[in-house]
Design a protein around this ligand. Sequence first.
Ligand code: COS
Length: 384
Amino acid sequence: MDYFLTEDQIMIQDLTRQIAEEKVIPVREELDEKEEFPWEVMNVLAQSDLFGLFIPEEYGGLGKSGFELCIAVEELSKACLGVSTTYAANALGTYPILLFGSEEQKKKYLPDIAAGRRLVAFALTEANAGSDAAGIQTTAKHEGDEYVLNGTKQWITNGGEAEIYTVITITDKSKGARGASAFIVEKGTPGFHFGKKEKKMGIRASSTRELIFDNCRIPKENIIGKEGLGFIVAMRTLDNSRTGVGAQGVGVAQGAFDEALKFSRQRIQFGHPIISFQAVQHMLADMATEIEASRALVYAVARYIDSGARDITKESAMAKVYATDMAMRVTTNAVQVMGGSGYMREYPVEKMMRDAKILQIYEGTNQIQRNVIAQALIKEAAKK
Ligand code: COS
């Protein structure tokens, strides 16, 4: 379907598609098997200015926005969700600075991020705070010109590899969600260590690691916004990034569909290519329809956010939940269409199915997304 992309957007789509085909597809199986961080691909993305897509020109970026980021993420996700997660998590980690950072912070960090010189990670989750984001226990105590951080963050994408971390902490326990504060912490700061590296079901090219803060002292200027704003920083960041998770769903589903379609034209059973059987045709028809519906929603929401709309919580949750539930169904059905071959590691769809599962879990489970949508509906109804 024609989404009336501008010339620039088509150029970004073509460029990321070319990188995905030439630099990602040939290595994705090995990266997955070896659980190896995709530094080579990240360097190619950096050389192609793709880390600067959504960063304003005044800070060294290309001055595009979330929609262009979604296009790039979709293309990378068609090839490998481990690679696209690494790239998208960099944007997730950057949003707190972009949305709430001071001018000094933007000048200090954004040019390096835009150039792909320094990778970013977002740190909210802890052992006892996942869906319940306000349940975090990592503390930041104000002492003179510094804050002292103590606590452990869990399952942090890009952990260990990133140079810059945007970290949500508690500065006032008595205030609940209103007592949270966000900080920038740089790799190499004394008292900041990396813990366990996770072994995952999928997205195995991406790094998922524990962050340990043990009397980690950072300058007070590293606070993002002000004390008490941390929960809002986290929620607005997720509001902006969840559309990108939707784009990941569209991409991985399209990648799996393309494989299933190709296979169904080649595989002969009962003397005919299996695509000639109505059972297979109907599966492919449903898959293609669902992918297109999800793409239309993700693009519409990304454009809505880029229009400057303030109330985006419900819409971004809708894009995330719809496109990622779809991705799980479509990748599973791609394996089904391909039968025994689909289950074998020789073909990419088994990896795509393993990879797709995380999309229903990270950046807020799909159950939490439904809560968020329902809360927004209740608020809207009360206003009428
Ligand atoms: N934008 C702006 N403000 C928001 C907001 C948003 N999207 N969502 C909540 N807030 C505000 C609320 O308005 C409320 O403000 P007041 O104290 O002024 O009333 C405050 O934040 C607390 O909100 P709420 O009471 O809804 O918080 P809850 O603790 O009930 O949590 C959910 C709300 C479940 C939505 C939140 O915990 C969440 O998003 N969880 C999932 C987190 C997640 O994605 N984790 C994955 C790891 S990060 S990759």
